[in-house]
Structure formats: structure tokens, C-alpha cells
Design a binder for this molecule. Structure first.
Ligand code: AHG
Ligand code: MN
Ligand code: MN
Ligand code: MN
Length: 326
């Protein structure tokens, strides 16, 4: 059967992406196709299990965290448009070509706890224009608001391998055609329904939440007997990419609120390579993405691995949640 779907390059070209940006995205996406092969082979390729190392956030690194990080890093450093890169698995900024136009940040493997159980995992990435007023390897390269992103995306290694991406226009979804090893357009314009009856949150953290957030979740669980007068279902994948893909396809609200587990770390997800790129994809699909007080894309970053609370998805449900937190 002949594929008639559009390729990634032709779609992003129509969206106005320039040749330099396209070449960078091409290299980045090639690396994710290599990761998809490793994920698919799993134990046969010896990629399951943990290492002895910890990343800068104190998480034990899985073998696949390291493999995915290296594949993406090598691909990016081979592209002359990459001035610098940042990753969940790199303590500091890695310098690229001092004349490169862009800086790239990524979460090489999202949902690491799902690797060994054949669950949903992903890669998240974001591209910003490089800053000429700071050094090539300065963390300040990445201290730009999410509104400055020129491209955001994720690859979901699931039943199919999918690429969801926006360069400022619509949020598109591509499916990896394993025969031709290219991503082909399968949903040109993702659109998140404004209302939903599904929420994603790690309920095991309930006792650590603020009382206002506990009230919101209690009202969702109360269903048609509660204030919301509506029955809700709960879904939790332990992978932001997996949970947010569900939201982008069929609506929902995904929340990782701040909590009191660790006074030094009131939130879990990282602003640069988790919250900001997914927030851009959500907004360009008609949804909303906030922390507990402001739009995520407007946050002025202050540190490379900064963490942030996230409330994102169906616009009316995000508003409803924020209403409890005021
Ligand atoms: P990562 O595997 O890149 O460290 O990210 C894991 C994140 C996110 O993907 C997921 O939503 C969340 O952590 C899961 O948290 P819990 O351990 O609380 O389920
Ligand atoms: Mn991690
Ligand atoms: Mn992650
Ligand atoms: Mn990760």
C-alpha cells in the first residue's frame, strides 16, 4: 500500500519553519527513531533496568535514560545550528557551535518507571532562539519564557510511535511508518475539547496537597452527588507524555500540584523540558496550561532544572480547578 500522508518536513515547511530549524528538527527526530528501535527491542537489546548513577535531581538513572540522552545529544551536536543543549540527564548546559542559531532542551526519556514494565514512555523537546548577549554554555541561554519557544514536541513510544509537534502553528500528530522510517502526518490539527470528565493526578499524594486542591479533587470524585454534578473518571500513567497524549486526543485535565512532601522541592515536573513544551502544544490545540497562579508560558525561569506545578488540558476544567485555588 502506498502512503499518501504528508511528511514532517513538508508540513513544517508549510507552517513557515526556516531551513535551519528544519535541519535541526530533522536530526532530533532521527535520534528519536533510533530510540524507538531500542524501545521496541527492549530486553533483547539489553536496554532495560537501572544504572548505579543518579542525575542532578537525585533520581536513579535507568539504562534507557542514558542511552536516549546520548543519542539525542550526539544528533544535536552534529548539527551546526545548535548553540547549546540542556537535558534532564545533564547537570549543566552542554556547548555546541558558537554560531548556532538555536538552543535545545529535552527530557530524553519521560516516564522512566514505565521502561521495565513495557508501559508508555516518551521524549519531550523544546527549541529556543540562542541568545547573543550571554556565553554559549551559559544557563541563561535557557532562561527564556515559554512564549519564546520556536518549536515544541514529544515522541510517544506506545503501541505506535507518535510525534506531536508545533512550530507556533497548529499542534500536529505524526505516526512513525516503520517501513519507510519516517513520520507521516496522521492528525493535522489536534483540538482539545473544552470540557471533560477525566482527570489525571497521582492520588497517593493527596495527604500532602493544599486543602484548596483537596477540595477540588473531592468534588470531582463526588461525581453527580457533589457540587460539580458530573461523574469523572481518573487516569494515571506515571508518564506525563502518555497522560498528556490522552488529554490532547480526547480532552481531560492533567495535574501535578505542589505538595508538602519535601520543603526544598514543592513541585515535581520541570519547567524547561516538561511543562513549557507541553504547555505550548496544549495551547496550540486550544487548551490551557497554568501553574497554580499564572500561565506556564509566561513564567520567568530562574534555574535550569526549575520545577513547577502544572494544571493543563481542557480549558473549562483548568478554569474550574484554578477557581478553587484562588
Ligand atoms: P521522568 O521519568 O522524566 O523523570 O518524568 C517522570 C514524571 C512525569 O512523566 C510523570 O507524570 C511523573 O513524573 C510521575 O510521577 P509519580 O512518580 O508521582 O507517579
Ligand atoms: Mn527522571
Ligand atoms: Mn519527564
Ligand atoms: Mn526523563
Amino acid at each position: 500500500m502506498q502512503n499518501t500522508e504528508q511528511t514532517l518536513a513538508s508540513v513544517l515547511d508549510e507552517d513557515g519553519a526556516n531551513a535551519e530549524l528544519l535541519s535541526l528538527i530533522h536530526n532530533l527526530v532521527d535520534a528519536t527513531e533510533e530510540i524507538a528501535v531500542c524501545v521496541n527491542k527492549g530486553a533483547l537489546a539489553g536496554v532495560l533496568g537501572s544504572t548505579q548513577n543518579e542525575n542532578v535531581q537525585g533520581e536513579t538513572q535507568k539504562k534507557l535514560d542514558i542511552i536516549a540522552n546520548q543519542l539525542i545529544k550526539d544528533a544535536l551536536l552534529s548539527n551546526e545550528q545548535v548553540r547549546a543543549l540542556a537535558s534532564e540527564e545533564e547537570d549543566d548546559v552542554v556547548a555546541g557551535n558558537k554560531n548556532g542559531k538555536y538552543v535545545v532542551a529535552f527530557d530524553p526519556l519521560d516516564g522512566s518507571s514505565n521502561i521495565d514494565v513495557n508501559g508508555q514512555i516518551g521524549t519531550i523537546f523544546t527549541i529556543y532562539p540562542a541568545r547573543n548577549d550571554v556565553a554559549t554554555n551559559s544557563a541563561l541561554q535557557f532562561q527564556q519564557r515559554g512564549t519564546q519557544q520556536v518549536c515544541a514536541g514529544y515522541v510517544l513510544y506506545g503501541a505506535s510511535t507518535l510525534l506531536v509537534i508545533s512550530t507556533g502553528g497548529p499542534t500536529h500528530c505524526f505516526t512513525l511508518d516503520t517501513a519507510s522510517q519516517q513520520f507521516l502526518l496522521t492528525n493535522p490539527t489536534l483540538s482539545i475539547p473544552q470540557d471533560t470528565q477525566e482527570f489525571s493526578v497521582n492520588m497517593a499524594n493527596q495527604r500532602f496537597w493544599a486543602s484548596s486542591f483537596q477540595s477540588y479533587i473531592a468534588d470531582l470524585i463526588a461525581g453527580e452527588t457533589g457540587k460539580r454534578n458530573k461523574r469523572f473518571n481518573m487516569r494515571w500513567n506515571a508518564s506525563m507524555v502518555g497522560d498528556m497524549h490522552r488529554v490532547l486526543i480526547r480532552g481531560g485535565i492533567f495535574i501535578y500540584p505542589s505538595d508538602s512532601r519535601d520543603a526544598k522541592q514543592p513541585a515535581k515536573l520541570r519547567l524547561l523540558y516538561e511543562a513549557n513544551p507541553i504547555a505550548m502544544l496544549v495551547e496550540n490545540a486550544g487548551g490551557k496550561a497554568f501553574n497554580e497562579s499564572q500561565r506556564i508560558l509566561d513564567i520567568e525561569p530562574s534555574a535550569l532544572h526549575q520545577r513547577v506545578a502544572v494544571i493543563m488540558g481542557s480549558a473549562n476544567e483548568v478554569e474550574a480547578c484554578l477557581g478553587y485555588l484562588q
